[in-house]
Design a protein around this ligand. Structure first.
Ligand SMILES: [Zn+2]
Ligand SMILES: [Zn+2]
Length: 281
């Protein structure tokens, strides 16, 4: 077998989730000494404790990528950026909206703002990052397709409707985090006020279990996909059991090497080692 010329490619890529859902979203990807946080929506103290309990080291975090400005995605981004002098990557309208949000007290220092554009890839250490638009009721929202050596990872959250880009990135994904926010019956018959139900159901709201299942069935590439994690499950309008049953039933005809699993809402999930080859187990 041919040896890789670069040992960088041999280092494992780790993934962990430090919260998923309306009480806070935070994901971590790391290869060697280069780590990326994607969203920083959990409390700083809780994040740091869980992060260090896992044996990760704050000095490994090289950047924070933000999907959008909602507090459940940005809660500790400003503080982490300031204290650790970390660059924060997001689109111009997300930064503007964060600056004007009275609820966000600790903003990202202007010098640490790194403005990105959908469709324009950029590099951080070994990670090549392709940002793409995801429809949501925020000033803007970004999905990330991240390649490191021969491993790739894709995150799509807070997604009100599907676009050709979203389908394209799902079709290329090996390790996918995708939103399964609500069960339609639970939402429609649940306790939320009507205006909130309409907001969640709208084209700029969130993705339900059935739409998520269809997206995966129609676009996943069975020879590529290795992990499917369901994120941002609603506490009031969904259960992990319902999300799994709906999504796994939808993808059953594909006979994939993996099943969808939910990310925990509050507790961390993982860490996982991301591989490009199929697990032999
Ligand atoms: Zn949101
Ligand atoms: Zn959210």
């Amino acid at each position: 077998m041919l040896q890789q010329s670069s040992t960088l490619f041999d280092l494992p890529v780790d993934f962990a989730c430090f919260g998923s859902g309306s009480s806070g979203n935070c994901y971590y990807l790391r290869q060697g000494d280069c780590g990326l946080l994607i969203d920083a929506g959990v409390g700083e103290r809780r994040f740091k404790k869980a992060f260090m309990d896992y044996g990760f080291n704050m000095a490994q975090i090289k950047a924070i990528l933000l999907t959008h400005e909602h507090l459940d995605h940005t809660r500790c981004a400003g503080r982490l950026s300031k204290k650790n002098n970390l660059p924060v990557y997001s689109t111009a309208s997300v930064f503007t909206s964060m600056r004007h949000n009275p609820v966000i007290h600790n903003n990202v220092p202007a010098a640490n703002e790194q403005t990105i554009q959908h469709g324009t890839p950029f590099q951080i250490g070994p990670f090549c990052i392709e940002p793409f638009k995801v429809p949501h009721d925020s000033s803007d929202n970004t999905g990330y397709f991240i390649t490191c050596g021969n491993v790739n990872f894709c995150l799509i959250t807070d997604c009100g409707s599907l676009t050709p880009d979203i389908c394209h990135y799902v079709s290329r994904a090996q390790h996918l985090v995708v939103e399964a926010n609500y069960d339609r019956d639970m939402l429609q018959n649940g306790p939320y006020p009507e205006y909130l139900k309409l907001r969640i159901l709208s084209k700029n709201g969130h993705m339900d279990n059935a739409v998520c299942g269809n997206l995966l069935r129609e676009n996943l590439t069975p020879s590529l996909i290795r992990n499917i994690w369901l994120c941002h499950l609603s506490q009031e309008n969904n259960t992990p059991e319902k999300a799994l049953a709906t999504v796994n039933e939808a993808i059953a005809p594909l006979h994939l090497p993996c099943k969808a699993v939910p990310l925990h809402r509050i507790e961390p999930t993982g860490p996982f080692v991301l591989r490009s080859e199929q697990n032999s187990a």
